[in-house]
Design a protein. Structure first.
Ligand SMILES: *Cc1c(COP(=O)(O)O)cnc(C)c1O
Length: 379
């Protein structure tokens, strides 16, 4: 079943019989494990094939937080580049400049979590190829939507309709979450590689253990067969037609949301949205985090973003019907914040976000987050 989950996923993304037949992969416990593994595997592969010992990974500011986890676990140097001010795509020129002889990987997103923007994978692949390094495409969020967008009749938009997968020469790995738009239960993701030689650097072989000869593909030892079976069932149950229909529903609702936000005075949609629609306030009297507090008090839960301060809503098949109601509430929330003339609602999170966003001592902000985590674990 793992083999078939990987095969189905690969065939959507430029691999399989009609694509690059060398594409291969495995199932992991989630997007984070797929990303951790891709980065470690590339580090080890480049160490043994190119003799690079001080591995650097070039990432955009918008790359998922899992890359920071990978850097701290695996001793990788993260080289951060900005996103283009207008498109919010990873800055290709800055990426070119950031590449050194220690660069093992460039990390692109399709789309990125914060703004739902698809990076220019083709341009980044050219940079990767001329540098001789790998290119990871994080399609954790978009892997089960973007391949079906065209078939769902959705043609416009930066990145959509443009190749972002193994059909682009230079893409060496992709992370694709079956437990997001693949509609499988949490604890399931697919990691794909351009070829088996690269995947081999992922394995651990132990020959000197009294427990016998040991081979393991991934970070986990024992793995849950039930989750793989459930993932397989989800993909087979949905089928291509099911995913096309889901993509159509989600992308239409996201279009409705973005168009609606544009009609609300003071708000601005960031970049070219996909399923995620991000927006900020352009009106000094309307603090976007206060708008979020207002929405929270009305029972809505949006994600707060920073640099720039913004909110996003991720449209899924489960919440797409709620978009018209959300737009009404958002408009009312903006009006309420404007009427409050800068006075924050008591008990809201806006002052915390405002303070944490602007505090120059990021170590102190990190300690604060660890304190919150303690409370969450211990009560
Ligand atoms: C969700 C997500 C991840 C991380 O996946 P988890 O399943 O939460 O570990 C990575 N990248 C992007 C773009 C995501 O949306």
């Amino acid at each position: 079943m793992e083999r078939e989950v990987v095969a189905m996923t690969a065939s959507m993304l430029g691999g399989g019989a009609r694509g690059a037949t060398s594409v291969c992969g495995c199932v992991t416990s989630g997007g984070t494990e797929s990303i951790l593994t891709a980065l470690r595997t590339t580090r080890d592969f480049m160490r043994s094939t190119r003799g690079i010992w001080d591995a650097e990974i070039v990432v955009a500011e918008s790359a998922h937080a899992a890359v920071y986890k990978a850097a701290s676990y695996f001793n990788l140097r993260l080289v951060r580049v900005p996103v283009d001010k207008l498109t919010l795509q990873m800055d290709v020129l800055a990426t070119r400049r950031a590449v050194t002889r220690n660069t093992v990987l460039i990390y692109a997103s399709a789309p990125g979590f914060p703004h739902g923007v698809v990076d220019d994978v083709q341009a980044l692949a050219e940079v990767a190829q001329s540098a001789g390094c790998g290119l990871h495409v994080d399609a954790c969020l978009g892997g089960f939507v973007l391949p079906f967008a065209k078939k769902a009749g959705w043609r416009h938009g930066v990145g959509l309709g443009r190749p972002f997968d193994f059909s682009v020469a230079g893409v060496t790995s992709m992370s694709v979450d079956t437990h997001k738009y693949g509609l499988a239960q949490k604890g399931s993701s697919v990691l794909l590689y351009a070829n088996p030689e690269l995947r081999r650097a992922q394995y651990t072989a132990v020959t000197e253990w009294s427990g016998g000869l040991y081979i393991s593909p991934s970070a986990a030892g024992s793995r849950p067969g039930g989750l793989i079976a459930q993932t397989w069932a989800s993909l087979v149950h949905m089928g291509e037609s099911g995913f096309v229909a889901a993509a159509q529903r989600v992308l239409e609702a996201a279009d409705t949301l973005a168009a609606g936000v544009r009609t609300i005075p003071g708000l601005q949609v960031l970049g070219q949205h996909t399923m995620v629609v991000a927006f900020r306030s352009q009106e000094p009297g309307v603090n976007i985090f206060q708008v979020n507090d207002e929405l929270t008090s009305r029972g809505w839960h949006l994600n707060a973003l920073q640099r720039p301060a913004a909110l996003h809503f991720c449209v899924t098949p489960a919440n797409s019907d709620a978009v018209p109601a959300l737009l009404r509430e958002l408009r009312a929330a903006v009006d309420a914040v404007r009427a409050a003339k800068g006075k924050a609602a008591p008990g809201g999170m806006a002052p915390v976000y405002g303070l944490a966003g602007g505090l120059p001592d990021r170590g102190a902000v990190g300690d604060l987050l660890k304190g919150v985590q303690d409370i969450m674990l211990d009560g």
